[in-house]
Design a binder for this molecule. Sequence first.
Ligand code: ACM
Length: 534
Amino acid sequence: MRRLALAPLLFLTLGGFAWAQNFLPKPSQWSPIMDAPAKPIFTARLVADPAFPQTETFIRRRLGSVESGPSTIRLIKADKHGDFEFGPEGYAIINEPGKDLIIKAATEAGAFYAFYTLNDLSYQGSDSQLYARPGLLLDRPRFAWRGVMLDEGRHFLGKTEVKRLLHLMSLYKLNVLHWHLTEDQGWRVEIKQYPKLTEVGSRRDASPVMGDRKKSDGKPYVGFYTQEDLKEIVALAATYHITVVPEIDMPGHSSAAIAAYPELGNTDVPGFAPKVATSWGVKTYTLAPKEETFRFIDDVLAELCPIFPGAYFHIGGDEAPKEQWKKSPFAQQVMAREKLKDEHELQAYFVGRLEKLLAARGKKLIGWDEIQEGGLAKTATMMVWRDWKWAQLAAERGNPIVMSPTSHTYFDYGQGKRPDDPRFDMIGGNLTVEKVYAFEPIPPKFNPEQRKLVLGCQAQLWSEYIYNGAKLEYMAFPRLCALAEVAWSDPKDRSWPEFQGRLAKNLEGLKGLKVNYCRPDGTPAVTDKVGRGE
Ligand code: ACM
C-alpha cells in the first residue's frame, strides 16, 4: 500500500517551505478554529469524486496513490458551501477537528486551486510532519482574467523559461499567459506553409547593446518555437489551468514577417526594403491591406488556432504607423473602394477582416486598445494599455476589457531602485510593488453595467531588456505577487502593511525555488547574470 504524502507536493510547489497562512492571493474568507489541534496531512488518503480526474491525476502523478492513511482528504463536487457560490474557479476547504478534511469545488480549476491553498494552511511541525490548520476557508476570484503577457519577439527565452514561468504563475493562481510571439525584431513560431517566417523572420543581424539602445552589438540573434514546442507549452499550461492566448501582432510590428515575405507589405511605397529590425522602437513597416495578406493571415490562423484551444486570439493592433498606408497608392485605393475616410478607418477595416477570419475559426478577437480607433466591432475585447480614457470608450461601446495600463502593469519599467549597472537596463518609467498593489482595475467612472465588462487585468513583460530567465524573474517578482492579489482578492480585504508581511514570507518560499526576484534594495535575490548570453 502506498502512502499519499502531501509534503512533497507542498515542497515541490513552494520550494521546501511551508507558508503557514501566508496566503497569496488572499482568500475570500478564512475562519480559523484557533484552539483545535491541526490535522496531520503528511500521510493523508485522497478520496476524490470522479468529477475531478484532472486534479486527481495531477496530485497523484506528483505524489503516488494511497489507499489508507491516518487522515483523509475528500474532494467533493459542489456548487456552493452555505450561501457561498464557487463559480467556475472557487472552492472551500473545511478542516474540522476529528473529521476528514473536505475540499469542495464545482470545477477542476477550483479543486486545483484548493490544493495550492492547502499549502498556505499548512505548517511543518517539530516532528517534520505537515499539519493543516483547522478552520473554514471559502474562496473565489474577483476576476476571470488574471494574466501575464510575455514578449518573446524582442528576446527569445525558450521552453524551459516559459515552463518555469507557468509554474510560478500557477502558485499565485494566475490563469492567462498572453504570449506575444511576433515582432519587428523576430517572428517566433513555426508556420509550416510559410517556412521563411522562421528561416528569415526569426533571425536578426544584431541587437542594441546592453545599456545603450542606440548602439548595435553586431551579433546575429535567432530563436523560434516549433509547433510541437507550442503544443508542449499549451499542454503543460492546461495542467495548471492556465490558458495560453497567442498574439500575432498586426498590421504593425510586422517587419519580420514582411522581411520574410515582402509581398505582404506595402511594396509600392518609395524605398521599400524590409528587414528584421535590429533596434527597438516602433517601425514603419505595416502589412498591406491586400487580399493576399488576408489569405496569409487566414493560413497562419489555420495552423495556430487548433494548437491554442482557448477562446481568444490576440491580433495585436498596437502602434501601427500610418505613414506607409498614406504613401501607398494601393492602400489609398482600398480606402476609396471601402469609403474609408482616413488610415485609422483603414486599420478598423483591417481589424474587422481579422475578426471575421477568427470568428470563422471559433475564436474571439482581442487586441490592444488602438483597435478601437476608427470604429470597432461589438465582440472584440480591448486590452487597455494607454490612457484610461480608452477603457471608458470601450465600456460605452459595450466591449469587454482587460486592464493592462502602463501606469500599473508594465513590468518592463524600473522598480524604484536599481543597481548602478548597465546589465539592469530597463525601459523608463517607475513601477514599484506598492504601486502595483494599489492598482484598482475597474476605472472609477464605470457604472454597474460597465463594471461587468472588466474581465480582469494582466502584467506586461516586454522583453527589450529581458535577455534571459534570470532577468525575467527579476522583473516579474515580487510585482507579480501584488498583481495576483489585485486580480484575485476583494479590494476591501487588501491592506498594504499586511501584504508586506505575507509577501516577506512568500519571498522566502520563492528563494527556495531559486527565483531571482528583486529584493527591496533593488538587488536580485539569486544571480546578477541577467545580461544577454549569460
Ligand atoms: C504596447 O505597449 N505597444 C501595447
